[in-house]
Design a protein around this ligand. Sequence first.
Ligand code: 2NL
Length: 357
Amino acid sequence: MDDLKSKYLTLIADAGDENTLEDLRVQALGKKGEISLQMRELGKMTPEERQTAGPALNALKNEINSALAAKKSGLQDAALDERLRSEWLDVTLPSRQRPAGTIHPISQVTDEVTAIFADMGFSVAEGPQIESDWYNFDALNIPGHHPARAEMDTFYTHRKEGDNRPPHVLRTHTSPVQIRSLEANGAPIRIICPGRVYRADYDQTHTPMFNQVEGLAIDKDISMANLKWVLEEFVKAFFEVDDVELRFRASHFPFTEPSAEVDIRCSWEGGTLKVGEGDDWLEILGSGMVHPKVLTAAGVDPNEYQGFAFGVGIDRIAMLKYGVPDLRAFFDSDLRWLRHYGFRSLDVPTLDGGLSR
Ligand code: 2NL
């Protein structure tokens, strides 16, 4: 019996997993287990023999049972320790950085401009970037021989061999959208047309694609006084100043008469622009009263209706507002320069409620 005891206690101590333990339990205490068989032998013993063998077998059974239980809980503890070691994770680690999309500064500025004009009753109109020469030029009083066509560094599309119709162009301004809107909706009308325009030009202040917003207001009693007020409200809101002085300089555009280029009073202290005060003037846009020929081309009777139009370079006023010296910063893919100039739309919110740059 002592042999049995040491055999099972050794086997139990050496068991590596719970399945082995269960096998040992069956082997010793199962129906046909070694100890169960010995229990059965008790019946064949004399009462004297039974008195010593019975309690001894019971004690052995109990001892093996408690060794099994102790080993089982030891194995379970070890398994849990192993899981805690291998499945450990550091919940204090910062999360993996994911690249986040941001609003492009030009889109941000376009939205700012749109909101300002929306407050004054202008809605947004859009149109194609590839235009017929009629909408881009003729309807705007720029006939085929007009020097403005050559000056504009226009991108032309190709026609098939033998197709002598004038080629389509990449629109050089968003004026064609205004012609199309006027044609479709008639007067009165109050719209702005933001969008991409194209001219073959490339240096610090010119890119072959840039962004423009044009405005158009046509009604029965629109005058240059209305133009002046609208532009003043726009400049004050856009540059975030309480007051600003505008200077209208006589100019010439084929599509307006009279025409004026508009300057704002400013200063350039230490290289930074201050709008509204100072001894300098900064040209920011072109404008005028819509030429009667343009109204006629768009199907509006110039004896009944008149109005103003203007055109602003979005990239240009974005550069001025945010102090970006090179227009090309907007169109190469490295955003670090633009972040440097403080475009809020490029800032990425962080979990602690701050902003990362
Ligand atoms: C500039 C000049 C300008 C317009 C654009 C316009 C549009 C229609 C009729 C008449 Cl449909 N005019 N647009 C008028 C004056 C100036 O832009 O220097 N832009 C940056």
